[in-house]
Design a protein around this ligand. Structure first.
Ligand code: BTN
Length: 325
């Protein structure tokens, strides 16, 4: 976890991006001594930040480190709740596992866990999620909405819309959503979302949203069996991308949509989700654990359940399945 002083220091640079900040001014804003400011500036330097120091003017950050760090995500983060507490890890089994532990320890809503690498990344339906080092965004977000447990899948759909909007703005690509939570570009999967719950009988205590985005992988880095079905943003837009900037944008979009949802309910999200959905109006096969249903995807219900109409006109409600187009 970042120290409070370091957080305040980075917030001060965020709020005064274009200016030099003197040691005294920083000490006043942060509420510490000039020596403490100097010590923290030196620590930022050790962690790969480049700071320019100009006599009688002060300090300015001119370069941030190449790796994703909690500091880099915090610097310039425009959110009120999401990402205000950041746990950054180099290597973990799964960020979901850490998020569950932190949620049990009363971590505040909006706490995020980011890892550079996951050894046992979890996907939907007990699958593995390939999470190699330094190339992707492997992140879990803790939310604590006051909603009944059956409404939890709505959070998956909110997240999918947020990630699509962030990728669109960040890369100019046009991602689409395959129900419930796959984000595809040119028909290949670029993002997966895994929503897990902690709940009492009638109340959610926390929702852990896991977001996995393939950002900078090259084709040759993918295992053979994944090449035909998975891609990365870098492959699709042909350039290397700054992961920390994309994380910030995702947190910003997710917070906007989450607040909209808490205020106005699911309906506005449903409309947005349907506008990005690849399968609506198309014939699909939904493979559920009890069998396959073939038919036309009509849309989603208020609870985020997929409606599929088979050839006899019967409408099926699909809660969990793999979809084939
Ligand atoms: C899917 O099967 O499509 C969902 C994949 C979700 C992967 C993310 S990566 C961050 C978080 N930690 C995990 O172990 N899984 C999720």
């Amino acid at each position: 976890m970042q120290s409070e002083l370091r957080k305040k220091l980075l917030d001060a640079f965020t709020n005064n991006e274009a200016e030099y900040l003197s040691g005294q001014h920083l000490a006043d804003i942060i509420g510490c001594s000039r020596t403490a400011v100097w010590k923290h500036i030196e620590e930022l330097r050790k962690d790969g930040f480049e700071l320019e120091a100009v006599r009688r003017k002060g300090y300015k950050i001119i370069k941030i480190p190449e790796r994703v760090t909690a500091d880099e995500v915090r610097l310039g983060l425009p959110t009120k709740v999401l990402g205000r507490d950041i746990h950054y890890e180099e290597t973990v089994d799964s960020t979901q596992k850490i998020a569950h532990r932190l949620a049990n320890e009363d971590a505040p809503e909006g706490t995020i866990i980011i890892a550079e690498e996951q050894l046992l990344g979890r996907g939907r339906m007990d699958r593995r999620w390939h999470s190699p080092k330094y190339t992707g965004i492997w992140m879990s977000v803790i939310l604590r909405p006051n909603i009944p447990p059956p409404k939890a899948p709505q959070l998956t759909l909110i997240t999918a819309v947020a990630v699509v909007q962030a990728i669109e703005d960040f890369t100019g690509l046009s991602p689409q959503i395959k129900w419930p939570n796959d984000i595809l570009i040119n028909g290949k999967k670029v993002t997966g979302i895994l929503t897990e719950l902690q709940a009492d009988a009638d109340r959610i205590t926390s929702i852990i949203i896991g977001i996995g985005i393939n950002v900078n992988q090259k084709v040759e880095e993918y295992p053979e069996d994944l090449r035909a079905i998975a891609t990365s943003l870098s492959i699709e837009c042909d350039k290397k991308l700054q992961r920390a900037d994309l994380i910030k944008l995702i947190l910003q979009k997710l917070e906007q949509l989450y607040f909209l949802y808490l205020e106005k309910g699911f309906y506005p999200i449903k409309l947005l989700w349907e506008s990005y959905a690849i399968s609506i109006g198309k014939y699909i096969t939904a493979r559920t654990i009890t069998g396959s249903i073939h038919g036309k995807a009509l849309g989603i219900t208020e609870d985020g359940v997929l409606k599929v109409e088979d050839d006899s006109g019967k409408v099926h409600h699909i809660y969990s399945a793999d979809i084939e187009l």
